[in-house]
Design a binder for this molecule. Structure first.
Ligand SMILES: C[S@@+](CC[C@H](N)C(=O)[O-])C[C@H]1O[C@@H](n2cnc3c(N)ncnc32)[C@H](O)[C@@H]1O
Length: 243
């Protein structure tokens, strides 16, 4: 399980990382690259299900899963009819396919090794059929290589919880793995705690290679402004071609 204060407090997570129109952008990508609206959508590592909820308003058959039970519980509490489960993107098999698959918000960056990245993309493959459109949103590698562009001080205020803190990043350039440690200082409680997580930095040609090895043809890679926490966001769009 993640030692991440925000993942384990999903309502706070949503405030700190608002969705910023991700689902709307995905819908535009579906409209651009699919002849018909997708009849089924799978949201892999869907977090608290906020994009899945938006997809469900338009498309009849939407399913999501995430490894963090608290995220799934919040999604289910809010939307009892949402089809959402707790499962691991490296191994989950729903034994069916979808017209569109999304993996948003940097979830693929938790595949730390090449084997984990391949296993994750094999999960995408296992749920694809001829023509399935895949949208993956890795963290933008430019935020971590060269000059670090992610913020090192932060503050969070939500529903009576007020905290400030510092984040430090240790980057192993050979493995392309970032270890982030945050020290939180909770105001009013005079309390301090630490959380940490590791994620892999992924470059465009690298993800394109892993996707192509698993039957996905990359048709677009583009960047959008990243908001207060990241400098830029990256989207990879690919189509599955059954070999
Ligand atoms: C930054 S959040 C993004 C959530 C959601 N996709 C969004 O864009 O709001 C990353 C999510 O990846 C999930 N995650 C990380 N590793 C995972 C794994 N191995 N299998 C499934 N979910 C995973 C986390 O639990 C977390 O909810």
């Amino acid at each position: 399980m993640f030692d991440d204060f925000l993942y384990n407090n999903p309502e706070l997570y949503e405030k700190v990382f608002p969705s910023r129109g991700k689902s709307r952008l995905c819908i535009e990508i579906f409209q651009k690259y699919l002849t018909d609206p997708p009849s089924s959508v799978l949201d892999i590592a869907c977090g608290s299900g906020r994009d899945l909820v938006e997809f469900s308003k338009r498309y009849s058959d939407c399913v999501g899963f995430d490894i963090t039970p608290g995220m799934v519980a919040l999604a289910q509490k809010r939307n009892p009819n949402l089809k959402i489960a707790t499962a691991d993107m490296r191994s989950c098999r729903l034994n069916r396919s979808f017209d569109a698959i999304c993996a948003l918000g940097g979830s693929i960056n938790f595949a730390l090794s090449n084997d984990e990245m391949d296993a994750t993309i094999k999960t995408y493959q296992a749920h694809a059929h001829e023509g399935t459109l895949l949208i993956v949103q890795p963290l933008n590698p430019g935020d971590f290589f060269g000059e670090l562009k992610v913020p090192e001080v932060f503050s969070v205020s939500y529903d009576g919880f007020n905290a400030t803190g510092t984040a430090s990043y240790k980057i192993s350039k050979i493995q392309q793995v970032v270890e982030r440690t945050r020290i939180w200082k909770v105001k009013d409680e005079n309390r301090e705690f630490t959380d940490s997580m590791s994620f892999r930095v992924i470059f465009p040609a690298e993800i394109s290679y892993f996707l192509s090895q698993n039957g996905f043809e990359v048709i677009d890679i583009f960047e959008t402004p990243g908001g207060p926490h990241y400098n830029m966001s990256m989207y990879v769009v690919a189509r599955f071609r059954k070999q």
